[in-house]
Design a protein around this ligand. Structure first.
Ligand SMILES: CC(C)(COP(=O)(O)OP(=O)(O)OC[C@H]1O[C@@H](n2cnc3c(N)ncnc32)[C@H](O)[C@@H]1OP(=O)(O)O)[C@@H](O)C(=O)NCCC(=O)NCCS
Length: 215
């Protein structure tokens, strides 16, 4: 039996572990610092927006999560004020290393020093954003769907009118999952395989969820 529940402060180490294990297409050894990817993709949500983080737990422990923020612009400003400065003191800026020679650790360090910002036209219509990750043993049983439903209900109640996410063009399993959950591709397909694909969903006032209209 898999329980979906709100994230608690003592889940943090599990969130780091799941983030690492599901990063880099399931090759966690590709990172030499095991915390780097979690510093970027999950820990700040658990610490700065815990009301929009949920975990999936079974008798083996916490094995999945959905983490996001109801207002991406506000969250990006919060990261700039309260999250990135501490990490910038610990991790150097790898900008002077030529891109082709950067490791995965370097690319996370680069994000810490030069975080990306979601395009305005996306955050205007789809202000919330999310990341979802399950360990292999929890996939394909409806757990992702349950986490997504819980998260969408929560951000709709928080007043968000839509949500977006970015997914790697090669992650066809996740792309099928997002489509099944009602998300729609916002732009024509990414040009390069390394470009992310943006998805959006519109949340109606008063309860409903509908697929985001394509731009
Ligand atoms: C992507 C992920 C979150 C999906 O969660 P999941 O629990 O495996 O998906 P579910 O079993 O809840 O499936 C929900 C719906 O998506 C569909 N779906 C999920 N995986 C699918 C697949 N590989 N092919 C086709 N449909 C799929 C299901 O058919 C289901 O639709 P239904 O409810 O109408 O039957 C999970 O597989 C995962 O964590 N993968 C690894 C990490 C990752 O890639 N995260 C996303 C990064 S952007």
């Amino acid at each position: 039996m898999v329980e979906i529940r709100a994230c608690q402060p003592n889940d943090l180490e599990d969130l780091y572990r799941i983030c690492l294990e599901t990063a880099a297409g399931g090759a966690p050894a590709a990172y030499s610092d095991p915390k780097l990817v979690g510093h970027v993709y999950v820990a700040p949500y658990a610490l700065l927006s815990p009301q929009t983080v949920f975990v999936a737990e079974d008798p083996e422990g916490v094995g999945g999560y959905i983490a996001g923020a109801p207002d991406t612009c506000y969250f990006e400003a919060l990261l700039e004020a309260e999250w990135w400065p501490g990490l910038r003191r610990v991790y150097s800026d790898p900008s002077d290393i030529p891109r082709p020679r950067r490791s995965l650790d370097h690319s996370m360090m680069h994000r810490i020093h030069h975080p990306g910002h979601t395009p305005n036209e996306i955050v205007k219509r789809y202000p919330a954003h999310l990341h979802i990750n399950l360990l292999a043993h929890l996939r394909g049983q409806g757990v992702g769907r349950r986490l997504m439903n819980q998260w969408l209900r929560t951000i709709r109640k928080a007043g968000s009118r839509g949500a977006h996410l970015a997914v790697g063009a090669a992650n066809s399993r996740a792309i099928r999952f997002y489509r099944a959950c009602g998300f729609r591709e916002l732009y024509p397909r990414a040009r390069a395989r390394s470009d992310p694909i943006w998805f959006g969903i519109t949340l109606l006032n008063g309860g409903g969820i509908t697929a985001g209209a394509e731009s």
